[in-house]
Design a protein around this ligand. Structure first.
Ligand SMILES: [Zn+2]
Length: 153
């Protein structure tokens, strides 16, 4: 980093090797200008600036990382909450179903079923609508377009 400070130099008159800061040549007696020691470049501030720049970069990377991870976690949390809220709302709505409701009334109350099944019997057709909640499965049975039973299991 810092250049080695020279210890000796040559006399401009006789070429003798003399101490770098000698005022007079020991060989020929020439009075020399006092050699100004070469100014040591001050590395303190440049090193400090480098250090601060590095620290700032690390801080920016760290903050960015925290923001990304935090944002993802928050989004997952919100999505989970929304799903939970939807399931809870659906569970409440399922409790409002009543025997005798039409398919439209059921659809208006709890929305579209997750799956359906049709049973063809002798002289009748049963349609099963299935709803999933976080706690249980609901089965809504229709005959001739009206709810005949509601089962949670
Ligand atoms: Zn000399």
């Amino acid at each position: 980093m810092s250049q080695p400070h020279p210890t000796y130099r040559r006399c401009p008159q006789c070429g003798s090797t003399i101490p770098y800061q000698a005022v007079q040549c020991a060989g020929c007696g020439t009075v020399l200008h006092y050699a100004t020691p070469t100014r040591q470049p001050n590395y303190f501030w440049s090193d400090l600036a480098k250090g601060l720049g590095c620290a700032a970069l690390i801080a920016v990377i760290g903050v960015t990382f925290v923001l990304i991870v935090g944002g993802v976690a928050l989004r997952n949390y919100q999505t989970g909450n929304q799903q939970g809220a939807r399931r809870a709302a659906r569970a409440r709505a399922l409790n409002l179903l009543q025997v005798g409701m039409s398919e439209k009334q059921v659809r208006d109350t709890v929305g579209e079923p997750d799956s359906t099944q049709v049973f063809q019997g002798r002289g009748f057709t049963q349609t099963y609508w299935y709803y999933e909640t976080d706690r249980n499965h609901w089965q809504v049975v229709f005959e001739f377009g009206r709810v005949t039973s509601i089962n949670a299991y």
